[in-house]
Design a protein. Structure first.
Length: 751
């Protein structure tokens, strides 16, 4: 049966969580309580069943000197911070009223709380000495237990033997505070609960906190009548905190829960691992039953030894797993360090990437790329998951879940590949993730009763009174949409990989920064050299052209035809070299002059350049211009003019073989924050295989004999546009013309 198919009752299940069970103001009747002023040992509060002699305001030493001496000894010793301290057994009264009591003490602010619990052992000798052989044997068997389940079984058997309860369970909490019975020891009087789960509502949050603070709790008779503490308030004006009390009365809901289970006595011992409530030893009896305080303390001792061994075993298993995963991580680190990009180091070794966290699939996702490894979801689903992770309010370095669909409902459709997700962010600036996936593992869970009906409303209609369920018959639930949980070493391995990736990226960034600094220095030197050389070469080339023209004009009659050809060649070559020098000088100035951006009409600039270009077009050529509305641009007008001039000149030059040259200048809709402009012609075009060379210095895709030029114009275009924060690219087909694009940032554009 699937519990999701049943409608949950409309009950405030948090009411139990808010019940103040640590200040109930009453105790169980198998003993009495005295709250004493810690300085004077005067009785400040007492349970209603305390001896009449110990009335409020009475000095304890005047009525029970032996008890006062124990109280002084407890105060001088400082007491124990984590629970009540057993002092010893005392006998009070005489004759028919003679009664032995086990005395425990604990501090509550300025009060010393004494609790005297009735016992049949007046000597107090039935303590740890009697139990010592069993305790030693238990410790020895713990070391040989092969796994956690066997450890739990040893604990359940020994605690039932010490206490004599009908049944002892070892109960473990999961991440949602549901409990599972891992081990059980019983005599057949009560039904078996082995392997059953119990909902978190059975033990509300504040009860779990009390279990953490006070490891022992006993209810000898579920049919008891609570004994009130008088007066209700301490001298400080607050209810007495009974968190560490051994006689504390329990919630009526819990007493009813016990009766519904068919148990009349219970005892619990908390299992704390590294200070966290790991589980409980829960003991039950079909009839009322008392367990001496000394025996309960022995159970507490056993449980603490068990917790230490459990922690050691878990730590040992985790250490072995960390070693295995550490070897994989070391290999991946080497692979990533060898590649120019860490991503290549991962993609080239998919088995290690998956083995690092025992995943079935993985993905490396950035804003523009998604690389899939193993049995991962389709790229579209991974991209949706990436967007969801990127949009989460908090910046998480690591995200881990075994039930992804609970956080990301869309994941229900990919449960077969991604019910579990472990994700690490590998960039502090841009959303980039490494994702690991685990498939769904469908399993059936047996509950001790229907967990949906863990509590019922008051049959009399009371708004605040909840009643626990009455049925504890096995109720099966099929769990779907969950993967195997990620272990702590696996999550730590992912975190360590993240640190390694960030370290590699940081190191590469530092290397690139150093390289960039060196390149900037070299570029400045080259620009200075280029400027100097270009500037100094202009005059010699002009002299060559000038003197060659003089020679041609004045000495032409004296020159042979071959001599005149030589002079023409000199003039042509010198003019070409001069043009090249002028272009080099312009190129070198691009990085030396600061940008002076202003808002301008781009159509007006294009028209100005077009008129200039027309002067160099042969009269017999037909050129049709198509200039669309271009709007305004925010740029350096001198540099932007050079961009337009180079692009229009190229369009005119490479379309001169067309019967009618068509040159189009236009603007595309903005994309990704950029305004896109283009210049298109119907000329000879070029092979796109060489497009990467197009904007380089001295790069030409046609022979000089076919089309004149220096190979610097488009390099100037790219440099100017990039200085403005834009991009350049080109598209073409041979014989069908070419289109040159450039962009300017919209954020700096004047509309």
């Amino acid at each position: 049966m699937n519990r999701a198919s049943e409608a949950a009752p409309r009950i405030d299940l948090t009411a139990c969580d808010r019940e103040p069970i640590h200040i109930v103001g009453s105790v169980q009747p198998h003993g009495f309580l005295l709250a004493l002023d810690a300085r004077t040992l005067v009785v400040a509060q007492a349970s209603a069943n305390a001896p009449v002699a110990a009335s409020i305001g009475t000095a304890l030493e005047a009525v029970f000197p032996e008890l006062a001496a124990l109280a002084r000894r407890s105060l001088d010793g400082g007491g124990e911070a984590d629970g009540a301290q057993y002092l010893r057994t005392v006998t009070l009264g005489s004759g028919a009223t003679r009664q032995a009591y086990e005395v425990a003490a604990h501090r509550v602010d300025d009060l010393l709380v004494l609790e005297l619990e009735e016992t049949d052992d007046a000597s107090g000798e039935a303590g740890l000495d009697v139990l010592n052989p069993r305790l030693r044997a238990f410790v020895q068997r713990l070391h040989t237990a092969p796994n956690v389940e066997d450890l739990c079984q040893l604990l359940a058997a020994d605690i039932r033997h010490i206490t004599g309860f009908d049944r002892a369970l070892v109960y473990r909490f999961d991440r949602d505070w549901h409990g599972t019975v891992l081990a059980e020891s019983g005599n057949g009087v009560l039904p078996s609960y082995l392997d059953l789960r119990f909902p978190a509502s059975d033990i509300p949050a504040q009860a779990r906190e009390l279990y953490r603070r006070n490891r022992l709790r006993i209810i000898p008779d579920a049919g008891y009548a609570p004994v009130p503490i008088r007066p209700a308030m301490t001298p400080a004006g607050t209810p007495l905190d009974l968190s560490q009390s051994v006689l504390r009365s329990v919630s009526p809901v819990h007493v009813e829960y016990m009766r519904n289970m068919g148990t009349m006595a219970s005892m619990s011992v908390s299992i704390l691992v590294d200070g966290v409530l790991w589980g409980l030893v829960s003991c039950h009896n079909g009839t009322p039953k008392r367990v001496p305080l000394q025996a309960r303390n022995a159970c507490d001792f056993l449980t603490q030894v068990f917790a230490l061994q459990l922690s050691a075993k878990v730590r040992g298993e985790q250490a072995e797993q960390r070693l295995a995963l550490g070897a994989i991580q070391a290999r991946l680190l080497g692979f990533m360090a060898e590649e120019d990009s860490f991503v290549d180091g991962l993609l080239n070794h998919p088995d290690d990437v998956l083995s690092l966290v025992n995943a079935a699939g993985a993905a490396v996702v950035t804003a523009d790329r998604c690389r899939i490894l193993g049995a991962a979801p389709p790229e579209g689903e991974v991209r949706a998951l990436y967007e969801w992770l990127s949009a989460r309010g908090e910046a998480e370095d690591v995200f881990v879940t075994e039930a992804l669909a609970e956080d990301f409902p869309r994941a229900q459709d990919i449960a077969d590949r991604a019910s579990g997700l472990l994700a690490i962010s590998v960039s502090k600036r841009y959303p980039s993730y490494i994702l690991w996936f685990r498939p769904e593992v469908v399993r059936t869970v047996k509950w001790g009763g229907n967990p949906v009906k863990a509590v019922q409303p008051d049959p009399e209609g009371g708004p605040d009174r909840l009643h626990p369920r009455k049925s504890f018959e096995i109720w099966k639930e099929t769990l779907k949409g969950r993967s195997l949980p990620w272990s702590l070493p696996e999550v730590e391995a992912a975190k360590d990989l993240r640190a390694s990736v960030l370290g590699i990226v940081l190191r590469r960034a530092e290397e690139l920064a150093a390289m960039s600094e060196e390149l900037q220095r070299s570029n400045k030197e080259l620009e200075a050299f280029s400027y100097s050389v270009s500037h100094d070469l202009r005059a010699p080339f002009r002299h060559i052209v000038g003197y060659a023209n003089l020679l041609k004009n004045r000495e032409s009659p004296n020159l042979t035809d071959k001599g005149r050809h030589y002079v023409e060649t000199i003039i042509e070559a010198a003019l070409s070299a001069g043009t090249l020098v002028d272009n080099l000088l312009t190129f070198s100035q691009m990085g030396r002059h600061a940008l002076n951006k202003v808002s301008g009409d781009l159509n007006a600039l294009v028209e100005e350049v077009r008129r200039k270009v027309l002067r160099d077009i042969a009269p017999d050529r037909t050129v049709r211009w198509k200039v669309a509305p271009l709007g305004r641009a925010y740029a350096d007008p001198a540099m932007l003019r050079l961009v337009i001039e180079n692009l229009l000149s190229n369009a005119v030059k490479y379309s001169r073989d067309a019967e009618e040259a068509v040159i189009e200048v236009g603007r595309l809709p903005p994309r990704d924050g950029e305004a896109v402009f283009f210049v298109r012609d119907n000329g000879v075009g070029f092979d796109m295989a060489y497009v990467d060379k197009l904007f380089g210095v001295f790069q030409r895709l046609h022979r000089v004999e076919e089309f004149e030029g220096t190979g610097i114009g488009l390099a100037n275009v790219r440099r100017i546009v990039e200085r403005h924060g834009g991009r350049t690219w080109a598209e073409s087909r041979i014989g069908e013309g070419a289109t040159f694009y450039f962009t300017l940032p919209v954020r700096e554009e004047a509309h």
